[in-house]
Design a protein around this ligand. Structure first.
Ligand code: GCU
Length: 321
């Protein structure tokens, strides 16, 4: 009798609560000192707060669960709930995202923020849902610039013949090859060793990643040509999304918005700190005439905009005032 009462009360308790406790698994490839990771920790707190403890997040940083490309595949099969990937990698799955890797797409930081935070940004975040994950938010990843081990680079011609690591992105491969270098895709986590062993002569990234990966220990020159403004994207598996009710989606969306706002606050400072830290460590920071790189990149714009939809998006971005 006592046992059946106990069972009955347990059933009542579990059926009585509308939301079961849910822990979402988020995996990404960045260091725990990166602004994106810090903003995810804030997201985790906010999610717990908004849901009254019914929904929580566990974060796996530093590529513990795989490279960005592998993590996107895990999202597709629902093995993890959330991930963060560079748009350059997402473009392999969702073609409209190629737009974000077009060289010199944005006129200014302000223009870039307006695009991410406006209707074009929303359309791009939603565009990957047929491929089994959808964007919840962007994260600012600033501008990407070249860094080299031994060769000083002041103009595009100086890149000729160098092996330059790129992300797994056709757009990045075409851009780097167009400068006369040999684009070499290598996963982010393998790059330090690749640079050290001379598999590649250089790479390209934003200041915080150049610094936090330790690549500056191997590369003497950082050339701020700022060729792309490829953002990071916070993504959720469609399998997870479909299981959530409206209220639960709302908690997540609100927490993601707060996380993005916080990361944008941290970004500028982390960029400045990273530049200062690599300079102090002995890296020569070169500020080349960016127009030379921009002019050179125009030659491939037609090839990069390889669908009507991409051309349309490109023009819409130019029209954002
Ligand atoms: C950026 C981005 C990372 C990405 C890296 C790369 O730093 O934030 O998510 O992995 O570029 O070049 O692979």
């Amino acid at each position: 009798m006592k046992i059946s009462l106990l069972i009955l009360s347990l059933i009542t308790i579990s059926c009585g609560s509308k939301h079961t406790n849910r822990e979402l698994k988020l995996a990404h490839g960045l260091d725990v000192n990166h602004s994106v990771h810090k903003a995810m920790e804030l997201m985790s707190d906010r999610l717990e707060h908004h849901s009254g403890g019914k929904m929580t997040m566990r974060i796996y940083p530093n590529q513990q669960l795989g490279s960005e490309r592998e993590l996107l595949e895990l999202l597709q099969i629902g093995s993890i709930d959330l991930s963060k990937a560079s748009a350059a990698v997402v473009e392999n799955f969702a073609p409209e995202i190629k737009l974000l890797s077009i060289p010199y797409l944005f006129r200014s930081d302000d223009h870039m923020a307006k695009v991410f935070d406006g209707p074009i940004g929303d359309a791009l975040l939603a565009s990957s849902s047929p491929y089994l994950f959808r964007g919840l938010s962007f994260y600012d990843a600033g501008k990407r610039s070249f860094y080299t081990k031994d060769r000083r680079v002041d103009k595009p011609e100086d890149l000729k013949g160098l092996k330059i690591r790129v992300q797994s992105s056709n757009t990045a491969i075409q851009m780097v090859n167009n400068f006369g270098a040999a684009a070499t895709p290598i996963p982010f986590g393998e790059l330090y060793t690749a640079l050290q062993q001379g598999v590649v002569d250089g790479a390209e990234n934003n200041p915080p990643s150049f610094y936090l990966t330790g690549h500056y220990e191997v590369c003497k020159y950082y050339i701020l040509d700022e060729h792309t403004g490829v953002p990071d994207m916070l993504l959720i598996s469609e399998h997870t999304w479909k299981k959530l009710n409206e209220e639960e989606r709302g908690w997540l969306q609100q927490s993601a918005r707060e996380s993005y706002a916080y990361q944008k606050e941290l970004w500028k400072k982390s960029e400045e700190e990273a530049l200062e830290a690599v300079r102090v460590a002995g890296v020569e920071i070169i500020r080349p005439d960016k127009r030379l790189f921009q002019e050179e990149s125009k030659a491939i714009l037609g090839d990069l905009l390889d669908s009507e939809r991409l051309k349309q998006l490109y023009h819409q971005v130019q029209d954002v005032k």
